[in-house]
Design a protein around this ligand. Structure first.
Ligand SMILES: Cc1cc2nc3c(=O)[nH]c(=O)nc-3n(C[C@H](O)[C@H](O)[C@H](O)COP(=O)(O)OP(=O)(O)OC[C@H]3O[C@@H](n4cnc5c(N)ncnc54)[C@H](O)[C@@H]3O)c2cc1C
Length: 368
């Protein structure tokens, strides 16, 4: 007999583990999307998620529901009607004056109670400031798994949600499963998923739910609402045309060339992360994994190498034009059109060419 120490068999990889869903989770069915609305304005990520949720629900053969929380009234009802137009079969409506403005405590309570009563198998939220805050506390209260900032959602052969997201600083993608708990929760950043078609004639069922909420037991009080005027300044995520610069521009002064071209095209401007770190642009202009995800019709990247953390934020663009002095730069792997040249020389020429080409009428329209 060998003296070698007896070693345990290697632990089975979780990826190969068979799903053993406890009995009490087996009646969790249907796909839900949290419809994020504040003061009557629904965040567009909610519609993008209904598009993604529709595909999951169809694959599973279940219904797609929108979840609307808010104060009783017209705006909340309109959010429900709009959810049907973007693909929901039904909407869970929780109306309560306590839910007029977002506060973590009552929203978490209401959503948790709704989940425990109507039992969805998948619950999706936008990875916005509000959605991230709410998703974390709801998942913790329900003791279930939450995959944050997903870039892809799919249904596996066994019906599990396969939630893919970047990991190790964005250098790898990993797919995460919630095998033994329900609901399977995920957040997705705005503009990660395409906007689904809107059908103005589509209708659905409303399921009203009375949440057990008591203002006296809620610690956070809203004393005054002060809108952040800065927050609407950048429309990067939703712009049709985006011009961006990277370290290849070499100085903050040269970054002005990006702004000039953006101005002539009526476009938004942005940049890579090092530019934020150097103070050339504000953080609201950063594009990429830790900045904004964009889905423009045209994206012009000047002096940007195309690191994976930048790419994940721009891959949804219809047309990517890259300008770089290095013909082997990774940005050319995703660019539809590539120009191997000095951006500092090309950008002024492009700006001038567009200025001459675009009629004053078109310029006015783009600028408006
Ligand atoms: C956790 C984590 C999160 C991150 N998140 C983000 C993110 O959200 N967004 C992001 O952008 N980055 C992010 N990064 C940083 C990322 O890894 C890269 O370092 C960064 O994107 C590189 O920026 P860049 O392309 O401007 O600079 P560089 O990589 O230095 O590339 C400069 C490019 O310009 C070219 N060039 C040089 N001179 C010229 C010229 N005259 N004309 C034309 N081209 C020229 C060069 O050939 C080169 O390709 C993140 C990194 C980490 C670790």
């Amino acid at each position: 007999m060998s003296d070698a120490p007896v070693r345990d068999a290697p632990a089975q990889s979780r990826a190969n583990q068979k799903k053993e869903l406890p009995e009490h989770f087996r009646d969790y069915k249907h796909v839900w999307v949290f419809i994020e609305q504040e003061r009557g304005e629904v965040h567009p990520v909610s519609w993008e998620l209904l598009g993604a949720g529709r595909k999951l629900a169809d694959k599973l053969g279940v219904e797609l529901a929108g979840v609307v929380l808010g104060a009783p009234g017209e705006a909340t009802r309109e959010a429900v009607a709009e959810a049907f137009r973007y693909g929901a079969d039904l909407a869970y409506l929780v109306e309560d004056p306590i839910l007029a403005d977002y506060r973590n405590e009552p929203y978490s309570k209401a959503l948790t109670q709704l989940v425990n009563t109507h039992k969805p198998e998948i619950l999706l939220l936008g990875a916005t400031t509000l959605g991230r805050d709410l998703a974390g506390s709801v998942a913790t209260t329900l003791l279930t798994g939450l995959t944050a900032d997903c870039t892809e959602l799919a249904v596996d052969a066994d019906g599990s949600l396969a939630a893919t997201r970047p990991t190790f600083g964005g250098s790898l993608l990993c797919t995460i499963y919630t095998l033994n708990y329900r609901p399977q929760m995920a957040t997705v950043r705005p503009r990660q998923m395409p906007m689904p078609a809107r059908d103005a004639n589509r209708e659905g069922r409303v399921v009203s739910f009375k949440a057990d909420l008591d203002e006296d037991s809620i610690i956070t009080k809203i004393l005054k609402f002060i809108p952040d005027r800065e927050s609407t300044k950048t429309n990067l995520a939703f712009a049709d045309v985006v011009v961006a610069g990277g370290l290849g521009l070499q100085s903050a002064e040269n970054f002005q060339l990006v702004r000039n071209l953006a101005s002539v095209l009526g476009a938004e401007f942005g940049g890579s992360r090092p530019l934020v770190q150097k103070g050339w642009i504000g953080s609201d202009r950063q594009i990429g994994q830790t900045g904004k995800t964009i889905r423009p019709k045209l994206y012009i990247a000047a002096g940007i190498s195309g690191a994976i953390q930048h790419r994940v934020g721009v891959e949804g663009a219809d047309l990517i034009v890259a300008i770089n002095t290095d013909k082997n730069a990774p940005i050319f792997d995703i660019a539809h059109l590539g120009v191997v040249t000095d951006a500092i020389r090309l950008l002024p020429a492009l700006t001038e060419a567009f200025r001459r080409r675009l009629s004053p009428h078109a310029r006015d329209r783009l600028a408006s």
